[in-house]
Design a protein around this ligand. Structure first.
Ligand code: SF4
Ligand code: SF4
Length: 156
């Protein structure tokens, strides 16, 4: 090997080591998930949640606008008349059945946009792995028990 080649190779190795040393002192951009929490943007769209009013009443009035807006047919709503003596929601109707099929959902947020009462929102839960495909169909009871209540709804 010629002397020129030796010098050239040594310079290349020096350059590569320089890059290594530069990044050695920097904080890694990756995190040790799940041991370390992952920071999410406020507008992150994760698993859905059905919300209630402060008095405990369900926000959902069974209007089915979310079902109509969903581009993938992931939502199924079956509405029923409220019992005037013991209403479930402030409207005339409420969702007797409310289901979301996460295997169809593309997390576009159209359901959230369409909802007139801000009942359905996309929360921050993203760890949704499961063993049984039936477990990907979220029923109303599951959706009414949000994991993260501080979801930003329709931020500017
Ligand atoms: S986020 Fe989009 S795809 Fe998922 S249920 Fe809502 S409207 Fe349908
Ligand atoms: S979640 Fe909203 S849009 Fe969907 S049925 Fe209930 S009130 Fe209507």
């Amino acid at each position: 090997m010629a002397l020129n080649d030796l010098v050239k190779n040594a310079l290349e190795i020096g350059k590569a080591m320089g890059v290594t040393l530069k990044y050695l002192t920097q904080t890694p951009v990756t995190v040790e998930y799940p041991n370390e929490p992952v920071s999410l943007y406020p507008r992150f769209r994760g698993r859905h949640e059905l919300r209630r009013y402060e008095n405990g009443m369900e926000r959902c009035i069974g209007c089915m606008l979310c079902e109509a807006a969903c581009p993938t047919g992931a939502i199924y709503v079956d509405a029923a008349e409220n019992d005037p003596a013991n209403p479930t929601s402030p409207g005339e109707r409420y969702a007797k059945v409310y289901e979301i099929n996460l295997l169809r959902c593309v997390f576009c947020g159209d359901c959230e946009e369409a909802c007139p009462t801000e009942a359905i929102v996309l929360g921050h839960e993203f760890a949704m792995a499961n063993y049984d495909r039936h477990d990907f169909i979220l029923n109303k009871q599951t959706l009414l028990n949000p994991g993260m209540p501080n979801v930003v709804i329709r931020p500017d």
